[in-house]
Design a protein around this ligand. Structure first.
Ligand SMILES: NC(=O)c1ccc[n+]([C@@H]2O[C@H](COP(=O)([O-])OP(=O)(O)OC[C@H]3O[C@@H](n4cnc5c(N)ncnc54)[C@H](O)[C@@H]3O)[C@@H](O)[C@H]2O)c1
Length: 444
């Protein structure tokens, strides 16, 4: 069992406050699944506030995410969820009821439900002060300085020094609000708050092995090629299909692979981002298995079926990303290739069955490494809690791999891709209109 270190160590990027430019990574052998680990030591209660009672927090049919389940395993009987904040009181009460009927009852039997964080603060007994707050509300309600959409600033105000975990993407508001994201990042960093953002794919063993190969061989990444093909048949949330509500699939979903691209390629020169899209009203964009009624969504808010983008990294390397809404059934098809002198690192199927294909100098065969029982959702939570608990540090100690500032940069990249594709579409439509006008003038 891990021991706590008594000393203070503040100002390290281990805390995810964005204090250092060093790119953190973790020895892949230290990323262990839940069933191969024991819960963290200590006897004192570990108070947590959950914000949002939805799928990411309590699980769903859609995927393996379920933060509460990982917290239960990491903290064992120490876990006390002191409050569940969600304006949908009935939903929150129903998930708590289920928990209280199960063997994890001790974590939830005293959980109180509130519509807002402010309500909780007004009614909070001193013993209920949280050590950590987990934010899994929809991104349209956070990531800004606007009242009601400023949960991060509220947490900093009411609970200074308390750790935060924030789901991705950091926001889905209008483009001009990205500046607010950077201001929030600065407030987090200035206050030295432990903060991790839910880009869990960074915690995949395969991804950390890619990092290890790059570091050990002193490689410089030349290009990243990312492809995210989602299975849309079960995408049943109308908001997801509506750009005015979820900001579109690159910002809401493709963000994971834009983030991984940045994790390997470094900072993106945003001015170089160019993109094209296949839209809903083009022949190739017709979908046969949509389970929502798209006709009720305003035409200008319907999502693209494919988006292809390229950019330059500050390092000189080039990046490309394609997001596709085309596959049926359930499983996604996602791949990330990273190239460096002599090396090809190919991450395949990270959501379902992560496999890393490695080609090295002197051997033209790709070698496959499989990671059958990897659980990046557990690893990201486990690392974050180890840092909150100040587990004794060694050179391989837990690291937060996605700081708030880093996540704002990913958000900015995804917005740049969306805007570049919309510019390309507008230019094409304009060119078509000009050509039609010219032809009409000719025939007149
Ligand atoms: N990392 C991943 O793979 C992954 C997977 C699923 C979801 N997510 C992210 O988690 C977030 C939530 O997604 P979800 O699928 O759980 O959504 P959801 O719709 O299932 O649940 C969201 C919940 O938040 C509540 N809510 C709305 N406004 C709120 C507010 N102001 N304060 C508190 N709660 C509020 C809703 O009532 C709802 O119960 C999104 O950012 C999503 O992208 C990430």
């Amino acid at each position: 069992m891990s021991s706590r270190r008594p000393s203070e160590r503040r100002g390290s990027d281990r805390r995810g406050s964005g204090m250092s430019s060093r790119r953190p990574s973790i020895d892949p052998s230290r990323l262990v699944p839940m069933d191969k680990t024991t819960h963290i030591g200590g006897g004192d209660d570990f108070n947590v506030v959950f914000i949002g009672a939805g799928n990411i927090m309590f699980g769903s049919e859609e995927g393996p995410w379920n933060h509460s389940f990982r917290f239960e395993h990491k903290l064992g009987p120490r876990l006390k969820v002191v409050a569940l904040i969600d304006p949908a009181i009935e939903r929150a009460t129903a998930v708590l009821q289920k928990k209280c009927e199960s063997f994890v009852v001790s974590a939830y039997q005293d959980t109180r439900v509130f519509k807002t964080l402010e309500d909780f603060v007004k009614n909070m007994a001193p013993r209920d002060k949280p050590r950590a707050v987990v934010v899994g509300s929809p991104p349209m309600f956070r990531g800004t300085l606007e009242p009601g959409r400023d949960i991060e600033m509220q947490i900093l105000k009411y609970f200074p020094g308390v750790a935060m975990f924030i789901e991705k993407p950091i926001a889905t508001g209008p483009r001009h609000e990205i500046e607010d994201g950077y201001k929030i990042a600065k407030a987090i960093s200035d206050s030295n708050t432990i903060c991790s953002v839910g880009y869990m794919l960074r915690y995949l063993k395969a991804v950390q092995m890619m990092k290890q190969i790059i570091e050990e061989n002193n490689l410089t990444v030349m290009t990243t090629i990312a492809r995210y093909a989602c299975a849309y048949e079960k995408a049943a949330k109308p908001d997801w299909w509506d750009k005015s509500r979820s900001a579109g699939p690159v910002i809401e979903q493709g963000t994971h692979f834009c983030d991984l691209s940045r994790y390997f390629g470094g900072e993106v020169d945003i001015s170089t981002v160019s993109a094209h899209s296949l839209e809903w009203d083009e022949n190739a964009g017709k979908l046969s298995k949509m389970c929502i009624d798209e006709s009720v969504i305003a035409p200008e808010n319907r999502i693209p079926r494919a988006t292809a983008a390229t950019w330059k990294y500050d390092s000189g390397a080039v990046g490309s990303f394609t997001h596709i809404v085309a596959l049926h059934d359930t499983n996604y098809s996602c791949e990330l290739e990273v190239y460096a002198d002599g090396y090809q690192l190919k991450l395949v199927n990270p959501y379902v069955q992560p496999t890393l294909y490695v080609r090295k100098p002197g051997d033209e065969m790709e070698h496959a490494i499989r990671f059958p029982d990897d659980d990046p959702f557990f690893s990201e939570i486990s690392n974050w809690i180890d840092i909150i608990e100040d587990i004794e540090e060694d050179p391989e100690a837990a690291q937060i791999l996605s700081s708030y500032e880093d996540a704002v940069k990913t958000y900015e990249l995804t917005w740049a891709i969306r805007e570049a594709s919309e510019r390309s579409r507008a230019a094409k439509l304009q060119a078509g209109a000009d050509a039609a006008k010219a032809q009409k003038a000719e025939t007149a």
